[in-house]
Design a protein around this ligand. Structure first.
Ligand SMILES: Cc1cc2nc3c(=O)[nH]c(=O)nc-3n(C[C@H](O)[C@H](O)[C@H](O)COP(=O)(O)OP(=O)(O)OC[C@H]3O[C@@H](n4cnc5c(N)ncnc54)[C@H](O)[C@@H]3O)c2cc1C
Length: 168
């Protein structure tokens, strides 16, 4: 996740403008992914945008920190909706691929249980279903039901459709 905030910050810097305050100026409080995206969308519409955060670094929960010699993600580990990043770059006539390299992961997550079992949250719904089936066959149908609601939500918020498993 580390490169995303800085690449998005670079995008914002390249398209920033300075000048006197205007009634249409926009102030966005909070520079997590949500605030950064809102600021970029407002900027693409021609507003002068100021983005502030109480922390020194932008990115909100998408921070990375080191402790005890290990690197930790404070929040998102995988990008579950890459098309939303693509849209932000497209707003400025740029291509995300020219700035950020997204690499597919499989599995997305591996859960280790105290009894030595492990569960892989995989890159396709079919492979994830196979994992669920190993533990509890009757929950495969429940997972499909759980998928339907956020699938509708994601489709309504974007021109693109989610193609992989759900963000968890
Ligand atoms: C453990 C964990 C794992 C996750 N894993 C994933 C994942 O794998 N994939 C995925 O897509 N998503 C994942 N998420 C969700 C993702 O992290 C969040 O949806 C996303 O980062 C939220 O962005 P945001 O901008 O809405 O909020 P935040 O990232 O919380 O940003 C809010 C910002 O507002 C600032 N702020 C708050 N109050 C003020 C104030 N009064 N003045 C100034 N600034 C203020 C904060 O400092 C912060 O920077 C995960 C979240 C967590 C916690």
């Amino acid at each position: 996740m580390t490169p995303a905030p800085s690449a998005i910050q670079d995008l914002a810097a390249r398209h920033s403008k300075t000048g006197p305050a205007d009634p249409s100026d926009v102030l966005v409080i909070g520079a997590g992914f949500g605030g950064i995206a809102a600021a970029l969308r407002m900027r693409a519409r021609g507003h002068s945008v100021t983005l502030v955060d109480r922390l020194d670094a932008i990115g909100g929960r998408a921070q990375v920190f080191e402790r005890g010699g290990f690197r930790h993600d404070a929040g998102p580990t995988v990008i579950t909706a890459p098309f939303l990043f693509d849209e932000l770059f497209e707003l400025f006539g740029e291509r995300r691929e020219d700035h950020l390299d997204f690499r597919p992961l499989d599995p997305w997550y591996r859960f280790h249980f105290h009894d030595g079992n492990q569960f892989d949250y995989r890159a396709t719904v079919e492979d994830t279903n196979a994992e669920i089936e190993r533990f509890s066959p009757r929950d495969v149908a429940g997972y499909a039901g759980c998928w339907r609601h956020p699938g509708r939500f994601l489709r309504s918020g974007s021109r693109s459709s989610p193609t992989g498993p759900l963000p968890v």
